[in-house]
Design a protein around this ligand. Structure first.
Ligand SMILES: NC(=O)c1ccc[n+]([C@@H]2O[C@H](COP(=O)([O-])OP(=O)(O)OC[C@H]3O[C@@H](n4cnc5c(N)ncnc54)[C@H](OP(=O)(O)O)[C@@H]3O)[C@@H](O)[C@H]2O)c1
Length: 271
């Protein structure tokens, strides 16, 4: 069941990063369904504009498209400038990606740019919008992390390490912002059926554990925020695995799964 957001607390505007695809796109849809206007941020502006038009038509909300690269230093000044006239009550810092592969075979500049996207963009967004939200003494912030990141995930080593930062940042902010009237939740997503899975060459139909739908992932994330949970692991099976599977075993399972996907990728490239 979709969560319904209180417009008084989380409206009249929300901002979603990574809104052009996957989890961010679905956040935009579910937030707009509650009658909250949306600012859509990512690099592919045509996809953002298309989604903006769709939610505006379907839910009668306003939208604003901001095409920007959040891995660039100093992006926050542009984001602040482009939103200074809006009363934003909800921020979903979701943009992120992974570069699956053996750590030593990956390009260091790519790793650094991805690290900026997966950590510094959350820091800048939480700091800039955290001030604004706490000044109005109501609102919400969701930081999208990844289940199991604290344990280390081989083959997405850098990306998982970045998500461990996001988890720590979010859980501490949950504590700091609570007395200031602002809810903060970390959404520690497990495998979710979005276009990023193509980078892993995962076929959702043949994966040993079926990836979750974006609808469920986002709906559980928003329900957790409404209850001001510090961390949400969406999906019952994910929660059980997260609690019961020892970290060393989880690391092996994840590495084996990613290796299998990458092997099919290189076999495809050779053919
Ligand atoms: N799917 C999963 O299994 C899974 C599991 C755990 C955590 N997550 C996390 O969930 C979040 C969303 O991922 P997803 O699965 O929805 O992947 P996705 O479909 O590939 O979406 C990623 C989004 O991030 C945006 N983005 C990427 N690089 C960017 C940049 N440099 N500047 C601005 N925006 C950028 C993309 O937009 P543009 O390309 O248009 O810029 C896109 O909108 C990520 O933080 C990811 O780490 C996903």
């Amino acid at each position: 069941m979709k969560a319904s957001l209180d417009k008084g607390r989380f409206g009249p505007w929300a901002l979603v990063t990574g809104a052009s695809s996957g989890i961010g796109k679905e956040f935009t849809r579910q937030i707009a369904a509650s009658g909250i206007n949306v600012v859509l941020v990512a690099r592919r502006d045509a996809l953002l504009a298309e989604l903006g038009r769709a939610v505006s038509q379907e839910f009668g909300v306003q939208y604003r498209v901001l095409a920007m690269d959040l891995s660039q230093e100093g992006f926050i000044a542009g984001l602040a400038d482009a939103t200074h006239d809006l009363d934003i009550g909800l921020v979903v810092s979701n943009a992120g990606t992974a570069n699956p592969g053996e750590f030593l075979k990956l390009d260091r500049q790519l790793l650094q740019a991805t690290l900026r996207l997966n950590t510094t963009s959350h820091l800048d967004i939480a700091h800039y919008f955290g001030r604004k939200l706490t000044e109005r003494r109501r609102g919400g912030l969701i930081l999208v992390g990844a289940m199991g990141a604290e344990n280390g995930i081989p083959r997405i080593t850098n990306d998982a390490a970045a998500k461990a930062y996001v988890h720590s940042l979010g859980e501490a902010l949950h504590y700091e912002f609570k007395p200031l009237g602002v809810y903060v939740s970390v959404l520690a997503a497990g495998f979710t059926n979005t276009p990023v899975l193509e980078k892993f060459r995962f076929d959702p139909k043949t994966m040993p554990m079926k990836p979750m739908s974006v609808e469920q992932c986002v709906s559980e994330g928003l329900s957790g925020l409404i209850k001001n949970r510090s961390r949400v692991v969406p999906g019952r099976l994910n929660r059980i695995m997260n609690a019961l599977v020892p970290a060393s075993l989880a690391r092996k399972m994840e590495a084996d799964m990613i290796d299998k996907g990458l092997a099919s990728k290189s076999a495809g490239a050779r053919a």
